[in-house]
Design a protein around this ligand. Structure first.
Ligand code: 13P
Ligand code: SF4
Length: 313
């Protein structure tokens, strides 16, 4: 099948099966173009919670599929590749968190949505990058909080709220490797450019930011800004929607740090997100596989903190 036939077939099968195709901003252009809805992690969860489709196809990473399944246990939730994981979610396992909680009695656990269902089940509330500040601020100032697993988002929230949350030492391999030198060089070449930074980036990169926010926040800022030049410090998939929404503006992605040999180690892409392809989308819809399942007890416990987040968003 050529690409056009593939697209036609995907649309036909999705309609026939009453399936909704959701995609994150970091997926390939083809996937974003065919999706019924493209969004950040909060918007994707909100969309899943409200859909009346029978099948949800989550083009993103595994934890996003799990969140959909927890919110919609009666629906079939498909992902395109079970290997589409997340280094950030991998940086916190449930047993370690259980031990840490036991060592810190009286603390509440605020977990980033980039976590496994088992970690969410041990949490008091879930946050995404677009609502983390609001959710944390919903707790009294003296509340003892553990924030995990992203140390960068946690330290950013501590910095702007004046809180002193205990931070889990986890991080995203993509947002942790952007080059500070490249960012500073781009800024000197384009002094008028606004700098858009995702909060999963370390503090030295955030210090350049005109805006710090989720992928949806960064896109919105670019659309509404009078500026026509932007330096983008997040996964490069977001550029697709930025150029689509602002075809006359210029976006300069910051590359990752170079290796000792001076070669770029990898590009500023999330290899997990890029596992989502049209071919796999076609296969997933046709075979109704791979399907996300979540243990019923874990799902029940994980639903509570996710619903708490949604009620505060
Ligand atoms: P958003 O909340 O901006 O979607 O970011 C989540 C993320 O890291 C996806 O990788
Ligand atoms: Fe996870 Fe980082 Fe990829 Fe986002 S960009 S899915 S946090 S590995």
């Amino acid at each position: 099948m050529n690409k056009q036939q593939l697209i036609t077939e995907i649309r036909r099968i999705a309609k026939e099966k009453n399936a909704v195709i959701l995609a994150h901003y970091y997926t390939n252009d083809d996937i974003q173009d065919i999706a019924d809805f493209v969004g950040d992690s909060l918007a994707l969860a909100q969309k899943a919670a409200k859909t009346d489709a029978d099948i949800i196809v989550m083009c993103g990473v595994h934890f996003m599929g799990e969140t959909c399944k927890i919110l919609c246990p009666e629906k079939k939730v498909l992902v395109l590749d079970m290997n589409a994981g997340c280094s950030l979610a991998d940086s916190c396992n449930a047993n370690d968190l259980r031990t840490y909680k036991a060592e810190h009695p009286g603390y509440k656990v605020v977990s980033y949505v980039n976590t496994t269902a088992a970690v969410k089940a041990l949490s008091d509330v879930v946050v995404t990058s677009s609502n983390a500040m609001k959710v944390v601020e919903s707790y009294p100032e003296n509340e003892k909080l553990i924030f995990g697993p992203d140390r960068n988002l946690g330290s950013y929230i501590n910095q702007i709220t004046g809180r002193n949350m205990l931070l889990w030492d986890g991080g995203c391999h993509v947002h942790g490797r952007f080059s500070l030198n490249a960012l500073s060089l781009l800024k000197s070449r384009h002094p008028e450019a606004k700098v858009l930074v995702h909060p999963e980036c370390p503090k030295d990169l955030r210090s350049f930011a005109d805006v710090i926010g989720s992928t949806a926040d960064l896109l919105k800022y670019a659309v509404n800004s009078d500026s026509d030049e932007f330096i983008v410090v997040t996964e490069s998939g977001i550029l697709h929607k930025m150029y689509e929404a602002c075809p006359d503006k210029h976006f300069y992605p910051v590359p990752p740090s170079t290796t000792e040999e001076g070669e770029s180690s990898t590009c500023n892409e999330c290899s997990y997100m890029k596992l989502n392809t049209l071919e796999k989308l076609y296969d997933a819809l046709t075979k109704e596989q791979p399907e996300i399942t979540v243990d019923a007890d874990i799902a029940k416990e994980a639903l509570r903190p996710i619903e708490k987040m949604l009620s505060l968003s």
